[in-house]
Design a protein around this ligand. Structure first.
Ligand SMILES: O=P(O)(O)O[C@H]1O[C@H](CO)[C@@H](O)[C@H]1O
Ligand SMILES: O=c1cc[nH]c(=O)[nH]1
Length: 236
């Protein structure tokens, strides 16, 4: 086991879905995987391995925010040899042409976190998606007729803020939505030469105020799960 994951070597697949919410991990495992086995309950951050259409797949909650997501991504890559990491998260929309329940594929992720700047104080490291996973996911979503947007997201360091004017300004510059983990996932994928992609469902709209319920965030958003799973098994 690693510090925060209770699995033995070999119990985690080399392809993994990463929701922030551990109960979304449980929902995905119980809804989409055959013969799912829970391999992690440490800190309640549930992780499961099962099969999807005959392919071994895992799903692991990451918690909220980059420090938490980075702990799980580091241990999954370095201790369990995970090679394809696919975030299946939620985001807030910051543009009027992006709607609640639409899908957002993060081609790149800006961040106001110092988590990457700390390693590269003289550069703005470009946090970008794996191109093959990105194009595969996009093609699958389009083929299935899902509403999907591709572009920049903001991986925000805070959920609550007194002043969101800079976030809305990013929306004017084409940034599609706000979430809290994609940038560090892309950074760690670059650092360890593995593949990562962040796919989000819009759970709320920061301009119109429209939102989904917490139950819906935990137990629905099946379009995103299908795109994530089909993408992970496509390149086998
Ligand atoms: O629904 P998840 O995957 O947790 O993603 C989003 O939701 C959380 C905030 O409510 C943050 O983790 C953010 O990135
Ligand atoms: O980080 C997030 C995630 C969902 N919705 C938001 O407004 N922010």
């Amino acid at each position: 086991m690693s510090v925060h994951i209770g699995a033995k070597k070999g119990e985690i697949a080399d392809k993994i879905l990463l929701p922030g919410d551990p109960l979304r991990a449980k929902y995905i495992a119980e809804t989409f995987l055959e013969d799912p086995k829970c391999y992690n309950e440490v800190r309640g951050m549930l992780g499961y391995t099962g099969t999807y259409k005959g392919h071994k797949i895992s799903v692991q909650g990451t918690g909220m925010g980059m420090p938490s997501a980075a702990i799980y991504a580091n241990e999954l890559i370095r201790e369990y040899d995970v090679k394809k990491l696919m975030r299946v998260g939620t985001c807030g929309a910051i543009r009027k042409d992006v709607h609640v329940r639409d899908l957002v594929l993060a081609q790149a992720a800006a961040t106001n976190s110092a988590i990457i700047r700390k390693d590269f104080p003289n550069f703005d490291f470009p946090q970008i998606a794996d191109f093959n996973l990105l194009t595969t996911a996009y093609d699958i979503a389009k083929e299935k007729g899902f509403n999907i947007h591709v572009g920049n997201v903001l991986s925000n360091d805070t959920f609550y803020s007194d002043d969101n004017s800079d976030v809305f300004k990013l929306g004017e510059y084409g940034v599609l939505g706000v979430e809290m983990e994609a940038a560090v996932l892309y950074y760690l994928a670059a650092k360890y030469n593995v593949q990562a992609l962040a796919l989000m469902t819009v759970s709320d709209h920061m301009i119109t105020g429209e939102e989904t319920t917490s139950e819906e965030r935990q137990t629905t958003f099946n379009d995103m799960m299908i795109v994530g799973l089909e993408t992970l098994i496509k390149e086998d």
